[in-house]
Design a binder for this molecule. Structure first.
Ligand SMILES: NC(=O)c1ccc[n+]([C@@H]2O[C@H](COP(=O)([O-])OP(=O)(O)OC[C@H]3O[C@@H](n4cnc5c(N)ncnc54)[C@H](OP(=O)(O)O)[C@@H]3O)[C@@H](O)[C@H]2O)c1
Length: 342
């Protein structure tokens, strides 16, 4: 497996790739980008007959001619093999996104192993791009507030277990299993590790990362946690996936994360841009904003030409999209130009 020459992939025309979990938040943007680049795309979904869930994919430019939706479940390897047959590239984004260990661990870990094995079985696949997470890199008590997390960092599994952070646990085990199996199976694997992903939704329903913003606007929470998080725009994440697929020299892990913001800073930016909503202005517990979180280096991705959209624009685009889709009642128009907010 692997790429012999780059010119081959300067455009997607004539190349067939598969995206697992195609109707998800990130995957939908990736399918859109791949279609724009001219690829023929197979998207796996658990139910191709669910018209409401898949309508946004079918209406993408190029979808009528070059997108096929196929039924596949991560726990059913044969369904993945059938979807991958004849594909040159696999983008494995499908995963539950939850902290419930019963729902998270098996599909994340066994599902990823099934994807690598199915990719190896079909013989046509030149590269697999796996969507891991910064959750597989930073969850380690030894990372102090001034430390910068990069691709050499791995989350500590005991720490994930002890803190019941089952999402990070599962993504770490899944990524480690992917690397081990890819080596055994001689699969060319490249991994993207995004931070919390925001931006416009193509799908009709809310997903876990956009709920992170909605809850500060719809009155669901009255305070914000003493916690910090790095954000990244969904278009940058889709771009990252395409770049690491197309760049023959890409290898290893690529963190994909913007600036780290405290929840308080997120709420202050939201309140400035959207003063019509009841955005919390108090930190939970009253201890103040002590948790600085980790800083992340996206240097490797930047070197491939992938940019990082400022967090304020990630937030602005998310809220505008939630309004456009009727997931957040529109009260008055935004009064602040987001580009003036750092
Ligand atoms: N969003 C973020 O902030 C973020 C950050 C870092 C990494 N990631 C990673 O990025 C990937 C996509 O996340 P997302 O935010 O786009 O999530 P999402 O919108 O919830 O999409 C997840 C997709 O996975 C599919 N899926 C779940 N379990 C499956 C199974 N057993 N078999 C087949 N498909 C299954 C879902 O299908 P159904 O619709 O049928 O349930 C859905 O299409 C995940 O691997 C996630 O860990 C996300």
């Amino acid at each position: 497996m692997g790429f012999d020459n780059r010119a081959d992939l300067a455009s997607g025309h004539g190349h067939t790739v598969c995206v697992t979990g195609a109707s998800g938040f990130i995957a939908s943007w990736l399918v859109k980008l791949l279609l724009e680049k001219g690829y023929t795309v197979r998207g796996t979904v658990r139910n191709p007959d669910d018209a409401a869930k898949n309508a946004h994919l079918k209406s993408l430019d190029g979808a009528a001619e070059r997108l096929t939706l196929l039924r596949a479940d991560l726990l059913d390897k044969e369904s993945l093999t059938a979807a991958f047959r004849g594909c040159e590239g696999i983008f494995h984004t499908a995963s539950p996104v939850t902290d419930d260990p019963e729902k998270m661990i098996e599909p994340a870990v066994n599902g990823t192993q099934n994807v690598i094995n199915a990719a190896a079985d079909v013989g046509s696949v030149r590269r697999v791009v796996f969507t891991s997470s910064i959750g597989a890199a930073y969850m380690d008590p030894r990372h102090g507030p001034d430390a910068e997390v990069d691709e050499t960092c791995w989350s500590d599994l005991d720490y994930c277990k002890n803190t019941k952070n089952w999402y990070c646990y599962a993504k770490t085990v899944a990524e480690q299993a992917a690397w081990e199996l890819a080596k055994q199976q001689r699969v060319d694997l490249v991994v993207v590790n995004p931070s919390l992903v925001l931006g416009p939704l193509l799908q009709q329903s809310i997903n876990a990362s956009t709920w992170h913003v909605l809850k500060y606007l719809d009155g669901s929470v009255q305070t914000y946690a003493d916690a910090a998080q790095a954000y990244v725009h969904v278009r940058d994440v889709a771009d990252a996936h395409a770049r690491v697929y197309e760049e023959p020299g890409a290898s290893g892990r690529y963190l994909c994360a913007g600036r780290t913001l405290h929840r308080g800073e997120v709420c202050r930016i939201l309140a400035k841009m959207f003063p019509e909503y009841p955005v919390p202005n108090e930190c939970k517990g009253g201890a103040g904003e002590t948790n600085k979180g980790c800083r992340f280096s996206s240097r490797r991705l930047n070197e491939l030409g992938v940019g990082v959209t400022p967090a304020s624009l990630c937030l602005y685009d998310t809220v505008s999209s939630l309004q456009d889709k009727g997931l957040l009642p529109r009260r008055t128009a935004a009064v602040v130009d987001p580009s003036v907010i750092p």
